[in-house]
Design a protein around this ligand. Structure first.
Ligand SMILES: [Zn+2]
Length: 281
């Protein structure tokens, strides 16, 4: 179950999406040892980012970035238009015990990949939940009534999005009623029930149109080409120093936490502009 499924409420101008991730979520946090609270927040952020990637024109790459002054220093999740997701988080151990989301900001970036067009919306962190912060983001930046329900269990993450369709008149009362029905969802229901059963249980009185579910995959994108580019950016002098001191150049991908090692032959090949080889890790 690593799927995103979208649906619309017939004749109500409201759309919805449900995401459930199991193996894909496990791959996002593999190699990391996050404290429980941070793991849960990253899970919610991962579900949210995949949900936000639905309903966007032109399939931009979307990134959700949270920077905080409390225990959560950084949370970064990215999802492509093809629903390839990756994410990472950083923790301030010395702030443990303080509210998870203290002062800070939440940014949502859309990158269409065509000439680097980017749209960025930034809102201050409000409240102590990601759902609330994102609902504020939508209120301020997109002006679209939006409800988000995010859950991170032991083995999987799940989320439900409800949103008024843009450029259409959405009945506010109907949106509120549907939001209240969605708010009754339990972690077990959202994470475990088949989509049709879940939707019937929550919105049984409404006519829904369901679209084909899409697979959500983990893809870190730390390819040989990308890593070679980072090695090149270090510059010949810096690379010389590293090779002389340690006999190798090591890069750690902050997303998947894998460490990649290059010896002098590999570094010389990269600097000469040859086709990069997958480094040892
Ligand atoms: Zn990686």
């Amino acid at each position: 179950m690593n799927e995103i499924q979208t649906f619309v409420f017939e004749s109500l101008s409201i759309r919805g999406a449900i995401v459930r991730l199991a193996e894909t979520w496990q791959q996002v946090i593999a190699q990391h040892h996050y404290p429980e609270a941070l793991r849960r927040l990253l899970g919610e952020g991962t579900a949210a980012t995949v949900l936000l990637a639905t309903g966007l024109k032109g399939q931009p790459r979307i990134s959700l970035q949270l920077q905080g002054e409390g225990p959560v220093k950084l949370l970064l999740v990215q999802c492509s238009g093809e629903f390839e997701v990756r994410g990472m988080a950083q923790w301030r151990a010395e702030r443990q015990g303080e509210p998870l989301l203290g002062a800070g900001r939440l940014a949502v970036n859309l990158d269409t990949g065509q000439g680097g067009q980017q749209f960025q919306g930034i809102v201050p962190l409000v409240g102590n939940s990601l759902d609330a912060c994102l609902e504020t983001y939508f209120k301020q930046s997109e002006q679209l009534p939006t409800r988000l329900f995010l859950r991170c269990g032991e083995a999987r993450v799940a989320g439900l999005l409800l949103q008024a369709l843009p450029a259409k008149q959405t009945d506010e009362d109907a949106f509120e009623t549907i939001g209240a029905l969605a708010a009754t969802v339990t972690t077990e229901e959202l994470g475990g029930l088949p989509t049709t059963v879940l939707l019937e249980r929550l919105f049984g009185g409404y006519t829904l149109r369901l679209f084909k579910p899409r697979l959500v995959k983990h893809d870190c994108r730390c390819t040989a080409e990308h890593l070679a580019g980072i090695v090149r950016m270090l510059g010949a002098a810096e690379l010389d120093d590293l090779l002389r001191e340690t006999g190798k150049v090591e890069l750690t991908c902050e997303f998947c936490n894998r460490c990649f090692s290059y010896d002098d032959t590999a570094v010389a090949a990269i600097l000469a502009g040859g086709a990069p080889q997958q480094p040892t890790h």
